[in-house]
Design a binder for this molecule. Structure first.
Ligand code: UN1
Length: 504
């Protein structure tokens, strides 16, 4: 049944006010588990809205950069406390707009809480360096300084966690920000900004403009007032983002695709490995950049592993993420579901053996949503498209391997390098894998998902452009070093030329 009450109309958040968009029209936010449910109507912001938000961020930057970092941190700390208080409400909102199960949306809000507390702590840890100068009566030091208004373009799969990864380090360092959320999941970013507002963030320090990537995202990207840009999304769009940033010489952080693998060795604890492959492959309906979309299994245990893996996948309960009995929710959209269906066809045509799932779920409780069965292909060869390309859905390719060397070769033989994992009880194999897996994140005896906020997050090769977010690595992206020399000798001292400080 269609919603009877008028849907709530959301606004942008610009210069401390919930602001009517200038762009005409609005974008529907519908529940992917039930397309009849309209979660809300969100602004279809245009370049004018974006310009207004960037202007507010530029204006606010003048004062915010001068607020002492521990004071900035107090506001961020209060925001974390408000997130704790509203966790359940925000998790429910997120399941309704994004589809993943409640346990996972609670985890997503928790990840935002963790990052917010962590960055609040950083407010009292903005240590620079001091070092003796090579000349007498001269001091030398360096301090972090903020960059200015940052443009943050965030994805739909971690609708609150990833925006917090970008926002909190930017803010604590004294930057201001304009956030453009994915058009599928603006409500979670709206909720995040609501708590920052309530926590007392000054006007203009954070701004939110909702809209389509092609209009609103593009305008944010092209606005010269933006001094640093962070984008999480596809490799294809990421390349375009970096092309726009390059001639502006604007720092740009990209977090892009993945084709992550779990390598299961013949000495692995098989129950543990199967648990990990189910969680890594089908958690978040496979819609994580870190999802384990490939599993490389040692030939000696291949059959046994496959039997157990298939049985567990078939037993997963697919449905509405708000139902506590659901293990796996829908795809985010019809388009994403169509991509999954397309790749299942590709896999079959390539000669991979379909051993679980393979179909869209329709009718009954599935009639109004974008549901797909957990799907496993066996006997996949490493060069097949289903083993090379990011699918972003519940499809796992199982590849037989004959030992560690081949496992690592297969693992590294893809264009991406985000996350990888190995299950083994052999310490030599584990340490070799830790050294040789060419990914930004490596797990031993745990699946490819589950990164924690206080460590660097990001990947090699086509997964990014060398930067990392999360952890203290985030501080490096959202600041630049300023080196300061103070000469208190009262005379001209020439570095590298004068030798007054020399012994002898
Ligand atoms: C993503 O998939 O884009 O490590 C982020 C994880 C989560 C974050 C995933 N903490 O799986």
């Amino acid at each position: 049944m269609a919603t009877a009450v008028a849907p709530r109309l959301y606004k942008n958040y610009i210069d401390g006010d919930w602001t009517e968009p200038r762009g005409s029209g609005a974008i529907e936010n519908r529940n992917p588990a039930n397309s009849d449910e309209l979660v809300g109507m969100f602004p279809a912001s245009n370049a004018e809205d974006v310009a207004q938000a960037v202007q507010a961020a530029a204006q606010a930057y003048r004062n915010w950069r001068l607020v002492p970092a521990p004071k900035r941190a107090e506001i961020i700390f209060r925001a974390a406390e408000l997130l704790v208080r509203r966790k359940e409400e925000f998790a429910r909102d997120m399941t309704r707009e994004m589809g993943k199960v409640l346990a996972e949306t609670r985890g997503d809000v928790q990840e935002a809480i963790d990052m917010t507390y962590y960055m609040a702590g950083e407010g009292r840890r903005q240590f620079g360096k001091t070092t003796p100068s090579e000349l007498p009566d001269k001091a030398a030091m360096c301090v972090r300084q903020p960059l200015g208004p940052c443009g943050l373009i965030t994805p739909w799969n971690f609708p609150m966690a990833i925006p917090s990864w970008k926002l909190m380090p930017a803010l604590v360092l004294g930057n201001t920000a304009v956030v453009k959320p994915a058009q599928e999941t603006p409500l979670s970013v709206y909720n995040l900004l609501e708590v920052l507002n309530e926590a007392g963030i000054p006007r203009g320090v954070v701004n939110l403009v909702s809209g389509a990537g092609s209009v609103c995202g593009q305008a944010l990207l092209e606005n010269p007032g933006i001094k640093a840009l962070s984008f999480t999304g596809s490799t294809e769009v990421g390349i375009r983002v970096s092309e726009v940033c390059a001639p502006l010489l604007r720092p740009c952080h990209l977090e892009l695709g993945g084709k992550n693998i779990i390598v299961v060795m013949d000495d692995a604890n098989l129950d543990l490995a199967v648990d990990g492959c189910i969680w890594g492959g089908f958690g978040t309906t496979g819609q994580r950049c870190t999802a384990a979309s490939r599993v490389g299994v040692h030939k000696r245990i291949y059959r046994e592993f496959l039997d157990r893996f298939v049985a567990r996948a078939n037993a997963l309960s697919v449905g509405d993420g708000l139902d506590p009995l659901t293990d796996m929710g829908p795809a985010i959209s019809r388009k994403q579901l169509e991509t999954v269906i397309k790749y299942v066809e590709i896999g079959k045509a390539e000669g991979a053996r379909l051993v679980a799932g393979g179909h869209r779920l329709e009718g009954g409780k599935y009639a109004k949503g974008w549901f797909h069965q957990p799907t496993i292909f066996a006997d996949v060869t490493p060069g097949m498209r289903i083993a090379q390309e990011e699918i972003f859905g519940p499809v796992v390719s199982v590849i037989p391997i004959d030992g560690l060397a081949e496992g690592i070769e297969v693992a590294n033989g893809v264009p991406y390098g985000l996350s990888s994992a190995i299950y083994t009880r052999d310490v030599n194999a584990a340490f070799s894998a830790m050294r040789d897996l060419h990914t930004g994140i490596v797990y031993v005896n745990a699946p490819t998902i589950g990164a924690e906020t206080h460590l660097p997050f990001g990947g090699t090769k086509q997964t990014g452009n060398g930067h990392r977010e999360s952890g203290d690595a985030a501080l490096d992206f959202y600041s630049e070093w300023k080196t300061i020399y103070v000469d208190y000798s009262d005379r001209l001292q020439r570095a590298q030329i004068d030798t007054a400080g020399q012994i002898n």
